[in-house]
Design a protein around this ligand. Structure first.
Ligand code: FES
Length: 570
């Protein structure tokens, strides 16, 4: 099969001379004669600490590509460090995806190995690969090893939220909290809870986009490098057999990812990422599919934030394949992987080695724990809640709204000792959707008022048009759509309105007659947030981003574009 890169290197004319000559930096003469050119899209960065080890992983991929007869090409791409990037890494996910897509298309590339880890990096890489539709395979960078503090495991993310709430409640000294800081990050790798990075690494495999068996391998485990080497070899074979995303990824692939998401108790952020990836491929996937496919899937993995253990434990207990083995009958047996064979064909080693960490189908942590999709007059286009991370007693609740117009408004008032709030109140934070913030930050698990924390309250119903960290927990209704800044009804509610949450009925409503809600004006703060002067990417983003219910991609990036480039300048 002719290679795409032959269009650059195959010519006997001036342009072929130019393309070859500048690439002769130590590669053999036959590097340009029909050998697959494999980009290694590498998100290694010192400013993305969860991915800083990926250069070593890339070296193993390179060796694998060489060993299979391909030519490896390091391609540093935009990297997003969740803990550093302001105002929120999600503002830049689509930019990273767009930049990677364009660089893959613009260069003489036949296939690509995608190296990601920290939350947005694997989603942006998969969105890019789906758009450019070149053979692509993911190497998830893997979670870090478990840290301990005073003899107890310390999960990154989840324990930060818990311990900081203990400090606010006055039950932990601030100095002890800071002492735990150096114990948390024990090794290279991404967060070790079932947060977004862990979830997206595992879902990349459930989708069929990784070497089978690699996802969840700790970053410090030498087996990750061995699998990275194999992935390099696989990428060459994928090019030779033209295994492109559009030929591999189907509705069944996303079905399998949603089953895995539910069984793992994965991050709510996977919803916007899977919707965006499917949108790039033209695979029909809706918010309701998450409820339809996932709601009755049992929660099998006892990992923080929903449970007790961490990613190192999951790997030791049998990993993703042991989990998928328990729900094999729920998987689509026709959905393919990068090997060219179905996902279910690869589920041959599914023993559970620690039934405390991975439960059997007969003894799940919860019988049905997928993400629930809510609708109602507060969220006509949908909202989501993760029942596995919520308090069971709050899943049916009525309470008075306490409304905050922005994160700044929240921070200015939440600690006020005379704040008119009680344990039954419903905390509402708006203006945090894709357009409103902009970038849909992870603020939906808003902190509880200190006076209630001191009284022993540890969870309240919270509603937001933003996202929640995958490591967070609580009874949080999030991704409310349409968002307040786009004119959604969330913009119209007022402190004191009564809100009803009924997860069993899949409803979220404000107790107001339709005509009264329709007649209300949106809060002025929503319009003024959009009117702020902007430039560059932020302006493009605010003008074109879609709602959370469709993946918060830019409207003009939905749908694959392919890899053809019609013109060149030489
Ligand atoms: Fe990178 Fe959590 S901060 S995965």
């Amino acid at each position: 099969m002719p290679l795409r890169s032959d269009e650059w290197y195959g010519g006997r004319d001036r342009n072929g001379f130019i393309h070859r000559a500048w690439m002769r930096r130590g590669v053999p003469d036959d590097a340009f004669g029909g050998r697959p050119q494999i980009a290694i899209a590498n998100t290694a960065s010192d400013l993305t600490p969860c991915n800083s080890h990926l250069n070593e992983v890339a070296d193993s991929v390179r060796q694998g590509v060489w060993a299979a007869g391909g030519i490896p090409l390091n391609l540093p791409v935009v990297s997003l460090g969740e803990t550093n990037v302001r105002p929120t890494a999600m503002l830049w996910r689509n930019m990273a995806a767009m930049a990677t897509e364009e660089m893959l298309r613009a260069n003489p590339i036949d296939g690509v190995v995608l190296l990601g880890g920290c939350d947005k990096t694997i989603p942006s890489l998969l969105m890019a690969a789906a758009s450019v539709d070149l053979p692509a395979v993911v190497v998830p960078g893997g979670p870090m090893l478990t840290g301990t503090f005073r003899g107890s495991p310390l999960g990154c993310g989840t324990d930060v939220w818990k311990l900081s709430e203990e400090v606010r409640a006055g039950t932990m000294a601030g100095a002890d909290f800071l002492r735990s800081e150096s114990s948390m990050i024990r090794s290279r790798g991404h967060c070790n809870t079932m947060g977004t990075a862990s979830t997206m690494g595992l879902l990349a495999e459930a989708l069929g986009t990784t070497l089978p068996g690699i996802a969840g391998t700790p970053a410090a485990d030498s087996r990750l490098l061995a699998r990275a080497h194999e992935t390099g070899r696989l990428a060459v074979a994928m090019v030779e057999q033209d295994r492109t995303p559009s030929r591999l990824l189907s509705a069944g692939s996303f079905h399998n990812a949603i089953v895995a998401l539910a069984a793992l108790g994965g991050s709510t952020n996977a919803v916007v990422h899977l919707l965006a990836i499917a949108g790039r491929l033209g695979v029909p996937l809706s918010l309701d599919d998450f409820d339809r496919i996932g709601a009755d899937v049992p929660l099998l993995v006892d990992l923080q934030p929903a449970g007790r253990f961490l990613m190192e434990d999951l790997h030791r207990a049998g990993g993703l394949h042991a989990v998928l083995g328990q729900v094999r009958d729920l998987l689509d047996p026709a959905a393919l992987t990068v090997t060219g064979r179905p996902l279910t064909d690869h589920l041959t080693d599914t023993d559970i080695w620690d039934p405390e960490v991975i439960r059997t189908r007969e003894a799940p942590l919860r019988p049905n724990a997928g993400i629930a999709v809510l609708r109602g007059n507060l969220a006509p286009a949908g909202a989501i809640i993760k029942p596995a991370a919520a308090s069971g007693r709050l899943l049916a609740h009525r309470g008075r709204a306490l409304v905050f117009d922005s994160v700044e408004d929240l921070h200015a008032r939440i600690d006020d000792p005379v704040l008119d709030v009680d344990a039954d109140s419903v905390l509402v934070l708006r203006g945090c959707g894709p357009r409103g913030y902009p970038g849909m930050p992870e603020v939906a698990n808003l902190p509880l008022p200190p006076k209630l924390l001191r009284a022993g309250v540890r969870d309240m119903v919270r509603i937001c048009d933003g996202r929640m960290s995958g490591t967070a927990y609580g009874t949080v209704v999030l991704h409310v759509a349409p968002e307040a800044a786009a004119g959604g009804p969330l913009a119209k509610i007022r402190t004191g309105d009564v809100i009803t949450l009924d997860v069993a009925a899949r409803r979220i409503d404000v107790d107001l007659p339709d005509d009264e809600l329709a007649a209300r004006e949106p809060a002025p703060a929503m319009a003024s947030a959009l009117a702020r002067p902007r430039r560059g990417w932020e302006q493009l983003y605010v003008n074109t981003v879609t709602g959370a219910d469709t993946g918060a991609d830019l409207d003009f990036l939905v749908g694959a574009s392919g890899h053809a480039v019609a013109r060149e300048s030489h």
